[in-house]
Design a protein around this ligand. Structure first.
Ligand code: IFM
Length: 448
């Protein structure tokens, strides 16, 4: 056993998102979001699950803060539901929505827990989707207006802001595969992706205009790509996949340009991002930190039959989670080192990392989840390795604080370190929660 001690001040947190935990989708003036509509569309979400009651966090937030405090968690990353604040997406502000997050922030601060606020975790107001959604340029300015309203209310107390969560998912799953809301297949995906990035840049400016002392960044999900073999064709396919998944966001944010190889490739497929003068400057304004969401890697081979970007996924032998995602902690280390070396984002946080397993309540009343403990421990060792190699990683947020609505999988996938019995809303600390408590108290993880 080796003890891996983290630097003093390393921040330990947990993460959630509004639609996944809050419930109360029709209360206190909240408007409809694209996920409400998607859930109500037959066949879109497993078992017809919806955002109600989720974890009923809208009513149980005080108890949830108490649980966080009992685990020693020092930070909490949550998202704000845009349709609670501005039910139609633009215009009229709903004071009850702001009041809810105001109370939540005060509750967190009273408990000594630092709030990290995500402004957009996928729940676009349906009215904005009806007006064109993210493929419409106006959605970016609506997002900045919403950011302005929220920061003016919370910015005196919230100092860490994340504009977007995983814009790759919002664009590609929302407007290309249709697996996520709004469920559009083969739509104007590059327009959606571009306006998300533009919205990020505009929102960042709004945050700083209101409170110049805020720390603001974005959270991207990464899928490091390994070629299935050493062949030139597989290497090129993995590089294309990297362009599609990782560089398409990193390059504009940190270099002010879309990757040239991908622009050419997409142009051959008839797609071009609708860039207007000044957009790239707005998008590339320096941030205070980069949020990294990491779950797994991709192993990619060339597949000329596949159409589009002509790649296919391999499924190597190994350990897999309930999402059928390979457990591959060393890819996290390599990812962090690459981000630091190639994009130099300065401060990094792991804003999500964790795993779904089919947890059950044991006869002794506990929830024993050794696989999740092992998953988290191994990824923490990877983080530690990266820090040792010089990466300025400043914190780790486990996904998720509690089991919740896992999008198209409904409630069938449990990511929490706290078990939620949805029928009774009882919370049970899983063994992984107790493990996290130890890690936080020691500021260290045992390897081996
Ligand atoms: O549950 C999601 C979260 O909303 C965004 N990142 C990935 C998680 C697991 O799929």
């Amino acid at each position: 056993m080796t003890t891996r001690r983290f630097p003093q001040g390393f921040l330990w947190g947990s993460a959630t998102a509004a639609f996944q935990i809050e419930g109360a989708t029709r209360e206190d003036g909240r408007g409809e979001s694209i996920w409400d509509r998607f859930c109500a569309t037959p066949g879109k979400v497993l078992n017809g699950d919806t955002g109600d009651p989720a974890c009923d966090h809208y009513h149980r937030w005080r108890d949830d803060i108490t649980l966080m405090k009992s685990l020693g968690l020092q930070a909490y990353r949550f998202s704000i539901a845009w349709p609670r604040i501005i039910p139609q997406g633009r215009g009229q502000v709903n004071p009850a929505g702001l009041d809810f997050y105001d109370r939540l922030v005060d509750g967190l601060l009273d408990a000594g827990i630092r709030p990290f606020v995500t402004l957009y975790h996928w729940d676009l107001p349906q009215a904005l989707e009806d007006a064109g959604g993210w493929p419409a340029r106006d959605t970016a300015s609506a997002f900045a207006d919403y950011a302005d309203v929220v920061v003016r209310r919370l910015g005196d107390r919230v100092k860490h802001w994340i504009t977007l969560n995983e814009p790759w998912c919002s664009a590609f799953l929302g407007y290309w595969t249709g697996d996520h809301a709004p469920g559009v297949r083969e739509g104007p995906v590059l327009a959606a992706a571009h306006h998300l990035l533009l919205g990020h840049g505009l929102a960042l400016a709004a945050l700083r205009a209101a409170y110049p002392d805020v720390q603001a960044g974005i959270t991207l999900n990464f899928s490091p790509a390994d070629p299935a073999s050493d062949s030139d064709a597989d290497r090129a396919a993995a590089w294309r996949y990297d362009g599609f998944f990782n560089r398409w966001y990193l390059d504009p944010l940190y270099r002010g340009t879309y990757p040239e190889d991908m622009l050419q490739l997409y142009a051959r497929l008839g797609q071009t991002p609708p860039v207007q003068p000044d957009d790239m400057r707005i998008i590339a304004v320096p941030m205070d930190f980069l949020g990294v969401n990491y779950y797994s890697r991709a192993v990619i081979r060339d597949d000329p039959q596949a159409g589009g970007l002509r790649y296919a996924h391999e499924r190597p032998e190994g350990e897999y989670t309930h999402m059928d995602w390979e457990v591959h902690p060393d890819s996290l280390r390599r990812l962090l080192e690459r981000l630091h070396a190639e994009y130099a984002p300065g401060v990094l946080y792991i804003t999500e990392n964790g795993a779904a397993y089919p947890d059950e309540i044991a006869p002794d009343g506990g929830v024993h989840d050794p696989d999740r403990i092992r998953y988290i421990a191994r990824h923490l060792v990877a983080c530690h390795d990266a820090i040792t190699a010089g990466v300025p990683l400043r914190g780790y947020f486990v996904w998720s604080l509690m089991d919740n609505f896992e999008w198209a999988f409904g409630y069938s996938r449990r990511f929490g370190i706290i078990y939620v019995d949805y029928a009774t809303q009882r919370r049970i600390l899983k063994d992984s929660a107790l493990f996290m408590r130890q890690v936080i108290a020691a500021n260290a993880v045992e390897e081996g």
